[in-house]
Ligand binder design. Structure first.
Ligand SMILES: Cc1cc2nc3c(=O)[nH]c(=O)nc-3n(C[C@H](O)[C@H](O)[C@H](O)COP(=O)(O)O)c2cc1C
Length: 364
């Protein structure tokens, strides 16, 4: 962390980091990170979904023994916020994921390190606390995926988060209009030893998407292969449908993350929050279930937990805090999120996470 790094004045809430991000990132990087895909329909839906629910508080509840501790995937966590996997941390800060890892360690937060991190998974593991998972993008060569899995196991990651909703990504029109291109120094450090195969020439009538970009996209066979290829529990990220959730549970995954990649996958897909109740109903009450997409404060997390999530992940806010104040900023962000959740729970009459039931919400 740079010595000059400090928390700027005027930050009262976690969402204030979003307000300060444009200046910290500059217009092009901000447009790339803040944007979703296509017309940003799903990006907007993620936020709008939270406004459709109000919290209906109980009176006369004693919350003096209140806390937000939970057990998740073998971890004992102090609060239900995880740092979502985000590619190219160097866009936000020169220490990239190492700064987020330090903040995670300082606050007892579980960090999910992206395959496309600017620092290697080994460097991130050395900076992070014990609570760390590795997010996997399937590689075109199975040998390279196996090598990543072996490295994640050796570096002490506790789970694999297999992302399935981003085999192709179409940048948002706002990011395109900004003229953003990935700077040359932004390389996926984990993949340095694994050359990507050249795109095959397409035959007459073949599609740039189906036969081109999607040729290495994961299939059910790949999931079954992956489950047998690692001794680590495998979570799947990117689930929106109840039928997919049932299938994945039956296949033997350890848990699911309801997500639409922060609106960066299929534009027009539903808000993550809107999908939660049906996915929870499909997998049943005890099955580990996370969500992300649009979390900007403690009250958002409360609503997600009420609708069936065990915990939530934070994507853009993490990058914004990283850009504004490095590791200190991310740690501060997490502290703000936790305090906001404490305040919401206390005002709602919920002393622990298990008190946050669907009955705490009202449509509005
Ligand atoms: C700039 C950026 C990079 C991302 N990179 C990844 C990634 O490498 N792997 C992944 O599974 N998800 C990635 N995501 C999606 C996040 O993990 C998460 O699902 C999303 O940001 C949650 O929405 P939120 O930003 O509203 O919190 C990325 C998101 C952003 C904004």
């Amino acid at each position: 962390m740079a010595i000059a790094e400090r928390i700027p004045p005027g930050i009262a809430n976690a969402i204030d980091y979003e307000r300060l991000a444009p200046e910290a990132l500059g217009p092009q990087r901000h447009a790339y990170i803040a944007g979703g895909s296509g017309h940003d329909v799903t990006l907007a839906a993620n936020r709008a979904a939270f406004a459709r629910w109000a919290i209906a508080p109980h009176l006369l509840r004693d919350v003096r023994a209140g806390h937000t501790r939970l057990a998740l995937g073998g971890l004992a966590l102090p609060h239900p916020f995880l740092l979502a996997p985000v590619a190219h941390g160097l866009l936000a800060h020169r220490d990239a994921e190492l700064a987020s890892a330090r903040a995670a360690r300082a606050t007892g937060t579980c960090l999910v390190a992206s395959t496309l991190s600017s620092r290697t998974l080994e460097e991130i593991a050395a900076a992070a606390g014990a609570a760390r998972w590795f997010q996997l993008y399937l590689q075109p060569e199975r040998a390279h995926t196996l090598a990543l899995l072996a490295r994640a196991e050796a570096a002490g990651y506790g789970a694999i988060v297999f992302t399935l909703d981003a085999s192709i990504q179409l940048p948002s029109r706002s990011a395109l209009a900004s003229g953003f291109t990935l700077p040359r120094e932004c390389v996926a450090a984990n993949l340095a030893g694994y050359p990507q195969p050249a795109a095959p020439a397409l035959a007459e009538g073949e599609s740039r998407i189906f036969q081109g970009a999607m040729r290495h996209a994961p299939t059910r066979d790949d999931l079954h292969w992956l489950l047998s290829a690692t001794r680590l529990p495998v979570w799947v990220k990117g689930v929106l449908r109840a039928d997919d959730a049932s299938l994945l549970k039956a296949a033997g995954v350890a848990g699911l993350i309801v997500s639409n990649h922060g609106g960066r996958g299929l534009d027009g897909s539903p808000a993550s929050l809107a999908c939660l109740p049906a996915v929870r109903a499909a997998v049943g009450p005890g099955f580990p279930l996370l969500m992300d997409g649009g979390i900007r404060g403690g009250a958002d997390a409360f609503k997600a937990l009420a609708l069936g999530a065990d915990a939530v992940l934070v994507g853009r806010l993490q990058l914004y805090a990283l850009a504004v104040a490095g590791a200190l900023g991310v740690a501060h962000l997490l502290q703000l999120l936790v305090e906001e959740l404490h305040a919401t729970m206390a005002q709602a009459g919920c002393a622990q996470l298990s008190d946050i039931t669907p009955g705490m919400l009202m449509p509005c």
